[in-house]
Design a protein around this ligand. Structure first.
Ligand code: SF4
Length: 331
């Protein structure tokens, strides 16, 4: 590992850069915990551009934490459908009910951390952005920037390295301006210190960066344990009749996907007549890489377990992300 950066000088350089480079994003125009929380959960799994329409629709549908707490689960899943990681949406509703029962959002890190589904990252984000508390965030972007700044040789999948980077993030934190500092560091990771093509010449932290000084930027962060990819081929059928679409619903007991609606697969509809291919796309869920082919198909009679759903109703159902992409309306 190279020398410890001059944190004070790096802090100032980062703050200067953020003042002129930050993107104008709707969740940055508020310090209210509810919209900040919604944005943080969405951004853990989705790029900013893809999250924007979901964020806006979600807040229109559930404008307050009370509205989220009281929402029927099917409405909640429908609003989340296309974003994946549905346990996060369910946990958000559990946490919303805890918040309502407590009479509002707790204002301390430990109390935020005790809410359903809120881990260190989200608790630190809400505590710093909404309440000005000095808690550093550590997400994938921050890990990458810090691992490079320090040329840290540790495997970022290991708890030990994470603890070391969390301590460095805390040391780097501007305790007078934790909200701006945390967001600046994440913004730098999102816009400049990119995984494969970091733009070092434009980086305000370049004078403090060990990986850059050593000419070893792409060696960091170190990731040793890579899970093997599993390739899955899937054919789904778009069967329409008189303005209705053939769907099936995953039953209770199917874990995180229970209650979601799907298009039929070709193997589930052996009697279908398959026509032309409509589209083809890739979809990744953790280490499973799906190649999905969507075919138009027709069928004389829908077998048991399938339902004809009027097209305008389909948009209001919680569809799985694969079903939504197959219909052409998910990123
Ligand atoms: S100098 Fe390059 S590697 Fe170092 S923090 Fe900046 S963008 Fe990342």
């Amino acid at each position: 590992m190279f020398a410890t950066p001059d944190w004070s000088a790096a802090r100032k350089a980062l703050a200067r850069w953020y003042r002129q480079a930050q993107r104008d994003l709707p969740w940055r125009r508020t310090a209210e915990p509810y919209p900040v929380w919604v944005s943080e959960v969405m951004l853990q799994q989705t790029r900013v551009a893809a999250a924007l329409p979901y964020y806006q629709r979600f807040l229109e549908r559930f404008p307050t934490v009370e509205a989220l707490a009281a929402a029927p689960e099917q409405d909640l899943l429908a609003a989340w459908s296309g974003l994946g990681y549905y346990s996060r949406a369910r946990n958000m509703q559990k946490a919303a009910r805890q918040v309502v029962a407590q009479g509002g959002f707790p204002r301390g890190f430990a109390e935020l951390r005790a809410l359903a589904g809120i881990g260190d990252y989200t608790a630190a984000a809400i505590a710093s952005i909404c309440f000005g508390l000095p808690h550093a965030v550590l997400d994938g972007n921050v890990i990458r920037v810090l691992a490079r700044l320090l040329a840290d040789p540790g495997d970022t999948g290991s708890t030990r390295t994470r603890r070391r980077l969390a301590a460095a993030a805390q040391e780097f934190l501007d305790c007078h301006s934790p909200a701006a500092h945390n967001q600046a560091l994440m913004e730098l990771g999102a816009l400049v210190c990119l995984p494969r093509q970091p733009d070092c010449p434009r980086c305000p932290l370049r004078p403090h960066c060990s990986a850059h000084a050593e000419g070893r930027v792409l060696e960091f962060p170190v990731k040793l344990r890579k899970q093997e990819k599993v390739e899955v081929a899937l054919n789904v059928l778009l069967v329409e009749r008189a303005g209705k679409l053939l769907l099936w619903q995953r039953p209770a007991g199917e874990g995180r996907m229970a209650g979601f609606w799907e298009l039929p697969s070709d193997s589930a509809l052996p009697g279908a007549i398959v026509h032309e291919e409509l589209r083809r796309f890739r979809h990744t869920i953790t280490h499973h890489h799906h190649t999905v082919c969507v075919f138009r198909a027709s069928i004389a009679r829908a077998p048991r377990g399938f339902v004809w759903v009027a097209r305008p109703r389909v948009d209001k159902l919680p569809l799985s992300t694969i079903a939504r992409k197959a219909l052409g309306d998910a990123p």
